[in-house]
Design a protein around this ligand. Structure first.
Ligand code: HEC
Ligand code: HEC
Length: 171
């Protein structure tokens, strides 16, 4: 009951936030809704922080819909050309966290353009829309690396801070 009440309060404050937002939410048409609340939840397990930032930056759960995370976690042995496999118990703990923390992301699962890969954040329509003013050459700068290296330009990315006022593209 307690959790339910909390969830209801959370939902309410979200609705209020959205309603009072002065920013036009132009992603919110045709059922293609932007992810809300990108901030990293405070209950993020240490296991996830360590395992999922061993090879690249930490991607906060709200960046992908739950089903996309499920696909990620089911294919860790073939993870974009790397083996990121975990034992069953660790994988379960991380998956549980990702599923509950991505509930606000209502985007459809978009397959990667590369066959056999799990979905990517950097290839969603949402990502393309947010970066329509950033050129391919900018993403390829040595100091950036790739579209997937959010933290190169969004210094607070691992906390879920993507505010455009704090974006800084490295030279
Ligand atoms: C052994 C190294 C390794 C580990 C451990 C690892 N990854 Fe990855 N991950 C990669 C590589 C390599 C890529 C592809 C990077 C690229 O193409 O720029 C990738 C890409 C990703 C992407 C897609 C980025 C995009 O383009 O949008 C996500 C999401 C992701 N990883 C999540 C995870 C999660 C969740 C975990 C923990 C369960 C994890 N990774 C652990 C190596 C790893
Ligand atoms: C080359 C630098 C660069 C990289 C890498 C990058 N971004 Fe961005 N991002 C920007 C810029 C610049 C803007 C502002 C774009 C505009 O106003 O057109 C932006 C805007 C955004 C916004 C909208 C912010 C707002 O206040 O509306 C989000 C969300 C976002 N990026 C998420 C991401 C995620 C997630 C990644 C990684 C998967 C990423 N970005 C990678 C440069 C980058």
């Amino acid at each position: 009951m307690k959790t339910l009440a909390l969830a209801a309060v959370g939902g309410l404050s979200l609705t209020l936030l959205v309603a009072t937002s002065s920013v036009a939410d132009d992603d919110n048409h045709n059922g293609y809704k932007r992810p809300k609340r990108l901030a990293l939840p405070s209950d993020a397990p240490l296991l996830w922080k360590e395992e999922c930032a061993a090879c690249h930056m930490l991607y906060v759960p709200a960046l992908l819909p739950a089903e996309a995370w499920r696909q990620q976690m089911q294919t860790l042995e073939q993870h974009y050309g790397s083996n990121a496999s975990l034992d069953a118990q660790q994988a379960r703990e991380i998956l549980d966290f990702l599923l509950r923390s991505s509930a606000a992301n209502r985007l459809p699962v978009e397959p990667s353009a590369t066959a056999g890969e799990p979905p990517r954040i950097s290839q969603t329509r949402w990502f393309a829309h947010k970066h329509d003013e950033v050129s391919a050459a900018t993403f390829q700068r040595a100091a950036v690396g790739s579209r997937a290296n959010c933290v190169a330009c969004h210094h607070g990315a691992e906390r879920g801070d993507f505010d455009e006022d704090r974006v800084k593209i490295p030279r």
